[in-house]
Design a protein around this ligand. Structure first.
Ligand code: NDP
Ligand code: 8X3
Length: 250
């Protein structure tokens, strides 16, 4: 029996790489995202593996509930849709950007999970893999609300496991570090030069690396729950605690 994966944010980056990986491994795909033409291109590329395209914005609670509650056989929900906007310090950010990150990275994950989870519990089968981030554990200047949304994803994943104890439904928080996708282009609002600098002279994670890890996690024997995975490029590590010398301003 072929398994079915529902991927939010399948139109780029990790989501698109997962669509290709899971299709190659014989899974059936339900693909979502806002950019319809990209969804259609994936359907053309992946053919019969694609069960359905659901163009939607994960911030739209009604749309997500309406579309996902009707899906009766989801083996894996990949809560992947998400974004960072800006890298300004907290006192200088655009408040709309903060709200967009909260609505997408937190509320979108809540809406999709709440719509799909009852079916998984009823079938006593399924797996939710949430895409967190190293930014959810490790602070950096300008990470303010983006990192906080990913801290939510981390703790939400743990708390889901607590609720699901006694069922066969698995939950994983996958926290990647720097990976080269459209992520930085989105963060810097189309400034490709700035985006390119993030990865300059490094070997960042590739979307295909993440897809391989997700596939591995999803296909472990069903009694194994990988709770949390943190993965970085060999070119990335943590920094020391910051110290300011020279007195305070003002
Ligand atoms: P990309 O920008 O390449 O892809 C993001 C995907 O999310 C797109 O398919 C986009 O689709 C979708 N998306 C964004 N907003 C919405 C929305 N409101 N509704 C529906 N879909 C949406 O970035 P990545 O692949 O890198 O990002 C995927 C996830 O991985 C995100 O959650 C990100 O925070 C996380 N992450 C990324 C890292 C990195 O360094 N790249 C590291 C750690 C975590 P569309 O625009 O068509 O709607
Ligand atoms: C993406 C990784 O370090 O840009 O979540 O926040 S980082």
């Amino acid at each position: 029996m072929k398994k079915t994966v529902l991927i939010t944010g399948a139109t780029a980056g990790f989501g698109a790489a997962c669509a290709r990986k899971f299709a190659a491994e014989g899974w059936r795909l339900i693909l979502t995202g806002r950019r319809v033409e990209r969804l259609e291109a994936l359907q053309k590329e992946l053919g019969d593996s694609v069960l359905a395209l659901i163009p939607l914005d994960v911030r739209d609670r009604e749309a997500v509930s309406h579309a996902f509650e009707r899906l009766t056989n989801i083996d894996l929900l990949l809560n992947n849709a998400g974004l960072a906007l800006g890298l300004e310090p907290a006192w200088a950010v655009d408040l709309d950007d903060w709200e967009t990150m909260v609505d997408t990275n937190i509320k979108g994950v809540m809406y999709a999970t709440r719509a799909v989870l009852p079916g998984m519990v009823a079938r006593n089968r399924g797996h939710i893999i949430n895409i967190g981030s190293t930014a959810g554990s490790w602070p950096y200047p300008g990470g303010n609300v983006y990192g906080a949304t990913k801290a939510f994803v981390q703790q939400f994943s743990r708390n889901l496991r607590a609720d699901l104890l006694g069922t066969k439904v698995r939950v994983t928080n996958l926290a990647p570090g720097m990976a080269e996708t459209e992520f930085s282009t989105v963060r810097f609002k189309g400034d490709e030069k700035k985006a390119g600098q993030v990865y300059h002279d490094t070997k960042p994670l590739r979307p295909e690396d993440i897809a391989d890890i997700i596939y591995y996690t999803a296909t472990l024997p069903e009694h194994i729950n990988l709770n949390a995975i943190e993965v970085m490029s060999i070119n990335q590590s943590w920094g020391p605690l910051a110290v300011h010398r020279g007195g305070q301003k003002g």
